[in-house]
Design a protein around this ligand. Structure first.
Ligand code: TRP
Ligand code: ZN
Length: 876
């Protein structure tokens, strides 16, 4: 390689900063191609005599003044990514003037433009793309921000905190001054300036303060922010009632932009959102979109305490704020909607995105030990597994104990930059609990595997449960220590009732719904006494730990759990494991018939009126193709697809009339509501129709029903569900519906993203050809992350077509990465991960995938982000 390889940064090298800031005054003169930024810093040395090394990237340095005196170029050192003042005094002021180009900023990090509006994204290291600064989260200071801009194109001028002054300037310009009283790290700085519409509301906090709430959108879209506003108010109330945390300023602003690298950003009192997580109405947003908006609005709001008031000491601690805040948003959604259904969806998501990461070349602990580009570590592991780790502490300590720990954490660290260790210490200290072994969850990567064996000893009425734990090796961690794993188990009697589980030496029996075991050793045996003959063993209820379980269970036992387990999650899980077993057997031997007992169990769920519709929809949905793939030594995408379709078809044939009845019973008349109840009925109705779609090729009536639902839908959920079915069917109705959809929503970028994504995930053989053609469609742009994810990201998730044996999918993927890297390295690097799964496929495909990774690595001037993912994907 002809380039210098980017260097890794290590957690163990952490050093406290040598300088403190006693305040920063920023002044922006906004112009699209040449914005001037003046930064006045009041500095104090923590360790006098050390050089001051400021971070900076893609900046034009105009001038540097120290204590009012202009510095000559020999008095500082300007390098590619730093500005060094070799020998500053103990206290001084520094004035730095830089120029940046927001319009040319295609990376969408730092100050950039979206639809002509100025906005910033500073997490993780974007602030250094605005001005030279100590760009690290443990440097916290108070910001005063002056924004000057053209009054006509930028009537709205926003930054963090309170508006202290505004007024007119010559030449049609105006200004605003903002002051944020809370010291913050620079990654939470934000500025927005533009021509925006606004939806305004008021929230009265529990202590009676009025908070002005505003959601800014592009003009004409303000009517679509009502649900987000409602979600915001519910989040604010929930954080008061469940966590005792109240909002701390008099205003809270959200801005929705259409060009954004991630989901949303929690800048202090000025959250900036990808507009897909704000804008919704029944015609353009699905039930899933509404639920995601609720979750993301809550997530960003909750960061005000878990992230902003208490931030991270360094980026290795990212899960301190992200894992905890994901846990909080999951709990919020559970309290707003159905708790078991939310748990099922979160586990599905964890298995789809985090388990493969933990089993692949990019595996890392929730608190990583090193990174090359921190932006690559905003991962499912840090976020979703991080949340599972918090949830396990919640399970071990209980809600009261957990809240005691939270209170101590906030009392101890409010206003500080803290560590994961400090969070665990607060939980342990507040409860007098021993969490020493539990801390291994922060340092060991990989998904632990539990080998479980249970048997009944009739002669002494005892049930003996043996659990062995093992965590597979991950990059840099060949061997692991046993972890502290909370495992919630149950035993069902012949009536499906929970048998009280009394351990060895105990007399009293505390729990009625099974019990929580603490696994701490490599292998442990539990003896339950006084047990009548059990029918079924229920494991990992509520998904009490993020582990994989190996246990021999018959289809009969699994069907029994599906029908009777008192734990709703475990009922769902029994069905998933049952289906997985059947599918794996079928893949191993294509002539194996499916045990009809499974279809019968699915029928029981469809017939059970006592079940929540949303739960039934989850319970009849088969595990995904990717989930099946994760259970195979060598992935065979064709065989998985064929087997899964065959099982779906058997269920459709067995239950044709029942599915039709389910469809009809769950139609809703009257106005659309995004609430969990009606959304669940739509989910069940559409799950039934999707099964029937397996019969559409020979049953005209079913095809008519699907096409009819597409045409007559009064909401996007139903319209999208029908279109999703049509894109997998080789019928004329398919193209007609796709064309209609495009014409109906031609001006709506977010809806056209759905249109792009649907075509990219089609199971039909021409998926790649279509995706290639769509690259030239006006609905697509390589400069817009939402478009890139919708078309290219979705295609790489289409395992059947992405893994085409001729390697065409891989080559297409690599071409797009190479094209995108110089435009937006953060998005390019994230998009790259699927190529890292090469170890999981056959040797022919392996060679093709590796060749594409090598081709990417050979590109001159490859970004650090993409370099890190590509090189680790090859090595790991
Ligand atoms: N902190 C944000 C969140 O989780 C994530 C985020 C938004 C982000 N934009 C980013 C992370 C850009 C890295 C880069 O809510
Ligand atoms: Zn977050």
């Amino acid at each position: 390689m002809n380039q210098v390889q980017p260097q890794a940064i290590h957690r163990k090298d952490y050093c406290a900063p040598d300088y403190r800031f006693e305040g920063i005054a920023l002044e922006f003169d906004l112009l699209p191609e040449a914005t001037r930024v003046q930064s006045k810093l009041s500095m104090a040395a923590v360790n006098p005599g050390k050089p001051l090394v400021l971070d900076g990237e893609d900046l034009k340095l105009l001038s540097v003044k120290m204590d009012g005196r202009l510095l000559g170029t020999s008095e500082y050192l300007l390098a590619e990514r730093t500005l060094t003042i070799p020998n500053p005094p103990a206290r001084f002021t520094l004035e730095i003037e830089t120029e940046v180009n927001p319009k040319g900023n295609t990376q969408l990090s730092g100050l950039y433009q979206s639809s002509g509006n100025f906005c910033t994204q500073c997490e993780a290291e974007g602030f250094r793309r605005i001005t030279y600064f100590l760009d690290r989260p443990d440097v916290m200071t108070v910001y005063r921000v002056t924004i000057r801009a053209d009054r006509k194109t930028c009537p709205v001028l926003l930054s963090n905190g309170n508006l202290v002054e505004e007024g007119a300037l010559p030449d049609g310009r105006h200004y605003a001054v903002w002051h944020d009283p809370y010291p913050k790290p620079c990654y939470l700085f934000a500025l927005v300036a533009g021509n925006l519409a606004c939806n305004e509301d008021i929230f009265v906090t529990q202590s009676g303060r009025q908070v002005k709430l505003r959601i800014f959108t592009e003009h004409g879209k303000e009517g679509r922010s009502a649900y987000a506003m409602d979600a915001l108010k519910r989040s604010m109330r929930w954080d008061e009632t469940r966590f005792g945390l109240e909002y701390d300023l008099d205003l809270f602003n959200i801005v929705a932009v259409s060009d954004f690298n991630m989901g949303a950003m929690e800048n202090k009192s000025l959250n900036v959102f990808n507009d897909r997580y704000i804008l919704a109405d029944p015609e353009t947003a699905t039930d899933g979109d509404f639920a995601a908006i609720e979750a993301v609005v809550a997530h960003e709001y909750f960061h005000n305490w878990t992230g902003n008031r208490i931030t991270c000491r360094d980026w290795f601690q990212l899960s301190l704020k992200e894992g905890l805040t994901v846990f909080r948003d999951q709990e919020f959604s559970s309290d707003m909607r159905s708790r078991p259904v939310k748990r099922i969806q979160d586990v599905r998501n964890l298995r789809a995105r985090q388990f493969p990461e933990d089993a692949g070349p990019l595996a890392h602990p929730i608190r990583p030990d090193s990174y090359i580009a921190i932006d690559n570590f905003y991962t499912a592991t840090v976020y979703e597994k991080g949340s599972e780790v918090i949830r396990m502490m919640h399970t071990l300590l209980g809600e009261d104990g957990f809240q005691k720990g939270m209170k101590l954490y906030v009392d101890r660290h409010d206003g500080e930059a803290a560590t994961c260790d400090q969070f665990v210490a607060a939980m342990a200290d507040a409860n007098g609990a021993d969490l020493e072994q539990f801390r291994l969850w922060y340092s060991q990567a990989g998904t632990p595997e539990l080998q479980v064996e249970g048997h009944y000893e009739a002669q002494n009425g005892e049930y003996v449960l043996t659990v062995a734990q093992h965590c597979p090796p991950t990059p840099g961690q060949p061997e692991k220590k046993p972890m502290h794993i909370p495992l919630h188990v149950g035993l069902l009697d012949a009536q499906g009732q929970d048998i009280p589980l009394r351990l060895d030496k105990e007399s009293a029996v505390p729990q009625r719904n099974g019990r929580l075991l603490s696994l701490t050793a490599a292998k442990q045996t539990f003896r339950f006494r006084g047990i009548p003959e059990p029918r079924a063993l229920s494991l990992n209820r509520g998904f009490s730990a993020p582990v994989n379980i190996k246990v021999k269970q018959s289809g009969v036992e699994r069907a029994f759990l599906m029908a009777h387990d008192s734990d709703a999650f475990a009922r769902w899980e029994a069905g998933q494991q049952y289906a997985t077993d059947l599918l794996l057997q079928r893949i191993a031997n294509p002539s194996t018939p499916f045990d009809p007992a499974f279809a019968a169990a699915v029928g029981q769920i469809l017939r059970d009126d006592a079940l929540e519709a949303a739960f039934a929809a989850e319970a009849v949905t088969l595990p995904s193709e990717d989930y099946i793939a994760d259970h195979m030594a060598v992935i065979d995408v064709e065989a998985i697809h064929t087997a899964r379709r065959a099982l779906r078809r058997q269920i459709a044939e067995t239950h044709r009339d029942l599915l039709l009845a389910t469809y009809d019973q769950n139609r809703i008349s009257g106005p659309y509501s995004p609430d969990a109840g009606p959304a669940g009925r739509r989910a069940l109705k559409n799950a039934a129709l999707a099964y029937l779609a397996e019969l559409a090729a020979e049953e005209r009536g079913i095809l008519d029903r699907i096409a009819g639902q597409y045409r007559d839908a009064d909401n996007m959920t139903d319209r999208m569900a029908a279109l999703r079915m049509l894109v997998d069917l080789n019928v004329p109705e398919r193209q007609a519906a796709l064309d209609d959809f495009h014409d109906r929503f031609r001006g709506d970028a977010l809806v056209l993203d759905k249109w792009l994504a649907l075509q990219a995930i089609s199971a039909l053989p021409d998926a790649l050809e279509r995706v290639k053609a769509l690259l030239h469609h006006s609905a697509f742009s390589m400069h817009k992350p939402n478009k890139v994810r919708a078309l290219i990201g979705s295609f790489t998730a289409n395992a059947l077509r992405y893994h085409a044996a001729d390697g065409s999918g891989y080559a297409f993927h690599a071409d797009r990465i190479i094209e995108l890297d110089p435009i937006n390295p953060q998005v390019a690097a994230r998009l790259l991960a699927p190529l890292g799964r090469w170890r999981r496929v056959d040797p022919g495909r392996q060679a093709k995938m590796k060749a594409e990774l090598e081709r990417i690595l050979a590109v001159p001037k490859l970004s650090r982000e993409t370099y890190e993912i590509a090189s680790k994907s090859l090595a790991g």
